[in-house]
Design a protein around this ligand. Structure first.
Ligand code: SAM
Length: 254
C-alpha cells in the first residue's frame, strides 16, 4: 500500500485534506477515490502523546481517498496501528558533506538504516561549501529525500536533517559529554575497532562524526576528541566518506 508522510495531526474517522507534498505524490501515482493508502506523521525527537496537540501518536494510519481535485486530495483517516520499525538504538550522524549527489545517496541510505538525525558539516577540506539560501534549499531537499526514504522503507519516524554548520561551530554547540556515546570515525593509528563499541553500546544515544572526501585534519580530530569523541576504526581500508558513515550506522542499527 502506498505510504505518505503527512506532517499534521492525524485521528481515526477524520476527513483530511492532504498537505501539498503528499497530495502531489498521490496525483503522480494516479491514485483514485476509493484507493487505500497509509499515512504517518512521526519525526525523531517528537514525543508520542495522544492527548497533546502537535504531538504524534506514532505508528501509522490506514486512509481511503474520498476526493481528487486538480491539486487537492481528500482522505478519510481509518484505523491506527501502533507499529514502529525503528531500532532500539538512537544513532545520530554528523558528516563532512560529500559533494555531488553522494550526499543525497547518503541521506537516503542512512534513513533506510534508521538514523535519528543528520548534521551536515563543512570542514577545512570540504569540497562542498554552502551558506545562505543555497544551504537552506539543500537542507529542504535532503529533508525531502529522508521523507521519501521513510515512505519507501516503512519507517514511521522521519530523521531530522539539521542546518549546515561548520565543524567548529557544531562542536561548540554540543553539551558537555554525558551519558551519550560520541565516536569519531578515524583512520589514525590507535583508533579502537568499532565492534568494541557495538558490544557495549546497547540502546544508548550514539553520535558518529565522519569526515568528508579529504578526511578531517589532525587539528579537527583533536578538537572533536576534546569534546568527548573517541576515535574508532572501521578496519584497515580507506572507505569513501559515505561508505564509512553507512557502515558505522549499519553496525549499530541493523
Ligand atoms: N585521505 C583521507 C584521509 O586520510 O583522511 C581519506 C578520508 S575518508 C575517504 C573519509 C572519512 O571516512 C574519514 O575522515 C573517516 O571519518 C572515514 N573513514 C574512512 N575509512 C575509515 C576507516 N577504515 N575507519 C574509520 N573511519 C574511516
Amino acid at each position: 500500500m502506498p505510504r505518505f508522510y503527512c506532517p499534521v495531526p492525524l485521528a481515526s474517522e477524520a476527513l483530511l485534506e492532504l498537505p501539498a507534498g503528499a497530495a502531489r505524490h498521490v496525483q503522480v501515482l494516479r491514485l483514485q477515490p476509493g484507493d487505500s493508502i497509509t499515512l504517518f506523521n512521526g519525526r525523531y525527537g517528537m514525543a508520542c502523546d495522544a492527548g497533546t496537540p502537535g504531538h504524534s501518536l506514532g505508528g501509522e494510519f490506514e486512509a481511503t481517498i474520498t476526493h481528487m481535485g486538480r491539486s487537492d486530495v481528500q482522505v478519510r483517516v481509518g484505523a491506527h496501528s501502533a507499529i514502529e520499525r525503528e531500532s532500539a538504538a538512537t544513532v545520530h550522524l554528523a558528516v563532512g558533506m560529500p559533494a555531488n549527489d553522494r550526499m543525497d545517496w547518503l541521506v537516503e541510505k542512512a534513513t533506510e538504516l534508521g538514523v535519528a538525525s543528520i548534521q551536515p558539516l563543512m570542514t577545512e577540506r570540504s569540497v562542498l561549501r554552502l551558506s545562505g539560501e543555497r544551504a537552506d534549499k539543500k537542507i529542504a531537499h535532503w529533508q525531502s529525500v529522508a521523507v521519501a526514504s521513510c515512505e519507501q522503507c516503512g519507517g514511521n519516524r522521519v530523521p531530522l536533517v539539521h542546518g549546515v554548520k561548520t565543524l567548529t561551530a557544531w562542536l561548540q554547540s554540543l553539551p558537555v559529554p554525558g551519558a551519550d556515546v560520541r565516536c569519531l570515525l578515524s583512520l589514525a593509528a590507535g583508533s579502537s575497532p568499532l565492534h568494541t563499541l557495538a558490544a557495549h553500546g546497547g540502546a544508548r544515544h550514539t553520535t558518529f562524526l565522519s569526515g568528508p572526501e579529504g578526511g578531517l585534519g589532525a587539528a579537527e580530530e583533536a578538537a572533536a576528541m576534546a569534546r568527548g569523541f573517541a576515535p574508532v576504526s572501521l578496519g584497515p581500508r580507506v572507505l569513501r566518506a559515505e561508505t564509512a558513515a553507512l557502515t558505522a550506522l549499519a553496525r549499530l542499527l541493523v
